[in-house]
Structure formats: C-alpha cells, structure tokens
Design a protein around this ligand. Sequence first.
Ligand SMILES: Nc1ncnc2c1ncn2[C@@H]1O[C@H](COP(=O)(O)OP(=O)(O)OP(=O)(O)O)[C@@H](O)[C@H]1O
Ligand SMILES: [Mn+2]
Length: 270
Amino acid sequence: MDGLDDVFGDLYANVDAVVLFSPSGSYYERFTDIEDLDLIVIGTENAVGAETFVELPLAFDDIRERIKFGLEGALEQDLIDGGDELLCATNTFSDSIDTLSRVRADAEAHTGIYDLFVKSRAEPEVVKAVLELAIELGKKGQKGKPVGALFVVGDAGKVMNKSRPLSYNPFEKSHVHVGDPIVNVMLKEFSRLDGAFVISDAGKIVSAYRYLEPSAEGVDIPKGLGARHMAGGAITRDTNAITIVLSESDGLVRAFKAGELILEVDPEAY
Ligand SMILES: Nc1ncnc2c1ncn2[C@@H]1O[C@H](COP(=O)(O)OP(=O)(O)OP(=O)(O)O)[C@@H](O)[C@H]1O
Ligand SMILES: [Mn+2]
C-alpha cells in the first residue's frame, strides 16, 4: 500500500519529536531503536520508564485536552519549543494507541495547568488528590443529589486569617490528610454543609465550614456562577492558595490560582 504511505507519510514527515501518550511497554520499545528520534512519553505514570517523560495530572478523556495539557507540560519542562511540529500518538477508541495527530506546539496557548500542579505552594500530590476527590464527588453527588464544594489548598495560615467559622470545626484536633480513603469519605459527608474546606500545603485538613472573606476585589467568573466561585477565585488572589471548586449548579470542577480560572473539567468525562 505504497500509495497510502505517500499520503499519510505527510503526517510524520519532518516532525521534531514523536509524543507517545501512555504507550504499552512493547509499543514504546519499537521506538527506542529509531535513530535521531526525539521521543517523549506522556501519561499519568511513567509505566515504561521513559527517559523523557511528562506527567499528566489526570487521564484526560478528551484527546484534545490530553494533547493540549501534555504539550503544555512538555513546553514547561523545555522538552519542546513553541512552533515544533509533533506527531502525537494516543488512544481514542481502544486501550492501545490508535490515533495519530500532527500538532504544532503553541507556546501562547498557556492555560497554567502545569503551574497549578507543579508550582503551587501545596504539594503536587495534594493538589491531585483534591482534584480527584472533587471529580469523584461531582460524578456521584452526595446520596444521588448534586453537591457543590469548595477546597482551598495551601497557605492555610493566611487562608484561616481571611475566613471565619460557620460552625464547629470537625477537624479541630485531628491530624488527618486528604487522599486517605477514610478522610475522603468524611470530606464527602461534610460537603453537604456550607462553607469551604481549608487544606495545608502538605494535605492536612485544617478546617471545614469556613466562610471565606477575601479582601481581593471580585474576579472574573463564568456567568451563572455565584458566591462560592467568586470567593473561591478571590481568595487565590489574596493568598498563595489555589482553590478547587465543584459547582452544584453546572456540575463542573474548576481550579483557580492567582485569581485566574485555570482549569474547567466535566467530572462525567473521567
Ligand atoms: N464566601 C464563601 N465562603 C465559603 N463558602 C461560600 C461562600 N459563599 C458561598 N459559599 C457556599 O457556596 C454555596 C453556594 O453559593 P452560590 O450558589 O452563591 O455559589 P455558586 O458560585 O453559584 O456555586 P454553585 O454553582 O455550586 O451554586 C453556599 O451555600 C455556601 O455554602
Ligand atoms: Mn449558585
């Protein structure tokens, strides 16, 4: 089928690098012997032990998002440059790689998601654990009903100074951390009640039921959203915390940093 090579060969002609998304070991091995090939592996974990690896915080279901965030990480780590032509190999319809996309790296299209995980005050694992919790909560709701939740992560001392309690703090004397399955059950249970969770850089649950009183001016939030998102956005301008907000009204999970909306994901897509 020489004719097909002529046509599809354009897809990979003169690419600057090949980017494999979550390849299997045997698939990855087939590339390692190709000379002069810049090979980058992107995925939620480096299962193949690749030398050049970019970690995805989530297994993005939408392949445009997966490629966009993966390439943003590669740009951030200086593995590629803006304008590079990349052959991205990923799976769409099955568990193995079945899709090739030729993509030009766009250094301008910076969303900040890598900043969110890698350059926040809170540890990346903590940010990831909270994001996963919010997505899970968004998917299932609480006892079948949609719930909203607001998690303020990092810079907890300052956040506590910019907020006040709405009720007794069930985490007052406890030393529990986000990511622990039992703690996640507690957090889900308390999410039915008002206010925000405050979580330290290291993932300790400092408080539930906090009413945030940021002094920052209002921030731009999507239309239709109200006080929870406004406070969630503004507190990140006032402090070095990031926030992860699950909307009860539209079901989306959003992350804010430095007053900016950085990430918007639909829990149903995970
Ligand atoms: N300043 C605040 N600090 C902490 N929690 C808040 C604050 N303001 C509102 N909330 C919480 O958010 C809940 C929902 O408020 P509101 O409907 O105005 O927010 P929203 O941004 O529209 O979010 P949703 O999409 O979930 O409805 C309130 O019941 C309250 O628990
Ligand atoms: Mn609302």
